[in-house]
Design a protein around this ligand. Structure first.
Ligand code: SF4
Length: 343
């Protein structure tokens, strides 16, 4: 008798998100040049139960769009998102509600997602009510339990969001997310708007909740110090693509992709031993509407070769558990393909 392996908690397969209009045969839309933007390009990512996967990259790398696709705030143009082995694209209304219980999102600015006219207790109580907790007394008790869980003083349960500090608001948004007992939280730059001292406290909270509740995280951040502390694995994104992925310690200490090396080099406060050093990242992220040919990183890459501008690199696994998309790590059987010039 065969025993079926449990599916990963989250799997995205070939996820693409385009914005804009498809070009006509003339390459123009209503007489204007088309402005198609490939925000997320063929992203396949897996998160196991209890695992923290950090998605890192500069502003404009597509990491926040990826987060929104995972929680289905937006639909992908193609590809799929599977939660517990089930495609979220094919879910009916009831099952979509179930998905919302399983996956929650926490945003950088909780103020934008908290109703300024609702108290902390009302905000959390409403979520509990929507998800079936009918008794007022039960909701009050559960609200107090959740606030205690996130280290928010119960004495402040009747405050409005505007009366709270940034850290306090983020604790409330975490408590609200936990109200539906999710298995996975997509945290999109959740501490980047906070003071440094408060950042450490909120990161401690994420760490403790992961250990106590067995939560998995997709932790979206540009801050590699955050990554080093929390992540089990890292996926590095550039211009919508994952260019390197692997165990966090390996990627931080032995980066393979020139972009990852440059990101690490730009974070000198990271206390890590690295076997390779690279010049700091120079230049700006290219316009995603007209990405560079070949390897999209080639205009900024310190290791660029002639091949890089004309040929798109493919995913290779230079060692078990690591993947990288770079011509420095070609698959053994690779042969030159004429005219292969775009991403
Ligand atoms: Fe740099 Fe070429 Fe690798 Fe791209 S493929 S990261 S340009 S070396």
């Amino acid at each position: 008798m065969s025993i079926e392996a449990e599916p990963p908690l989250l799997r995205t397969t070939g996820l693409n998100k385009w914005y804009g209009r498809e070009p006509s045969a003339t390459g123009r839309v209503f007489g204007r040049p088309s402005t198609l933007l490939h925000a997320v390009a063929d992203v396949s990512l897996t998160v196991q139960r209890g695992e923290t996967v950090a998605v890192v990259g500069e502003t404009g790398s597509g990491k926040s769009t990826l987060g929104r696709l995972i929680v289905r705030l937006e639909d992908p143009t193609s590809g799929d998102v599977l939660i517990d082995g089930r495609s979220v694209m094919s879910l009916g209304r009831e099952q979509s509600q179930e998905l919302r219980r399983t996956v929650q999102i926490i945003l950088q600015d909780p103020y934008s997602t908290l109703n300024p006219y609702r108290t902390v207790a009302t905000t959390i109580g409403e979520v509990l009510k929507v998800h079936g907790m009918r008794s007022r007394a039960a909701r009050d008790a559960e609200t107090d339990r959740l606030l205690e869980l996130v280290g928010f003083p119960a004495s402040m349960r009747d405050r409005l969001p505007g009366q709270l500090s940034g850290g306090g608001r983020q604790r409330v948004s975490i408590a609200r997310a936990l109200a539906v007992r999710p298995k996975l939280i997509v945290a999109d730059e959740p501490v980047s708007a906070l003071d440094v001292s408060v950042q450490a406290q909120v990161l401690n909270l994420f760490e403790r909740l992961r250990d106590e509740l067995g939560l998995a995280y997709v932790f979206i951040t540009h801050d590699l110090a955050v990554v080093k502390r929390l992540a089990d694995r890292i996926a590095v994104m550039y211009l919508g693509r994952i260019v390197e992925e692997g165990p966090a310690a390996d990627v931080v200490e032995h980066p393979k992709h020139p972009y990852t090396r440059a990101l690490l080099d730009a974070a000198p406060d990271l206390d890590v031993r690295r076997v390779t050093e690279a010049p700091s990242l120079t230049g700006d992220m290219p316009n995603p509407i007209s990405p560079p040919s070949g390897c999209v990183f080639h205009p900024r890459c310190p290791a660029v070769m002639d091949l890089c501008a004309v040929r798109v690199p493919v995913v290779t696994e230079p060692e078990p558990g690591r993947s990288v998309v770079c011509h420095l790590y070609p698959p053994p059987e690779q042969t030159t393909v004429e005219g292969d010039v775009t991403a």
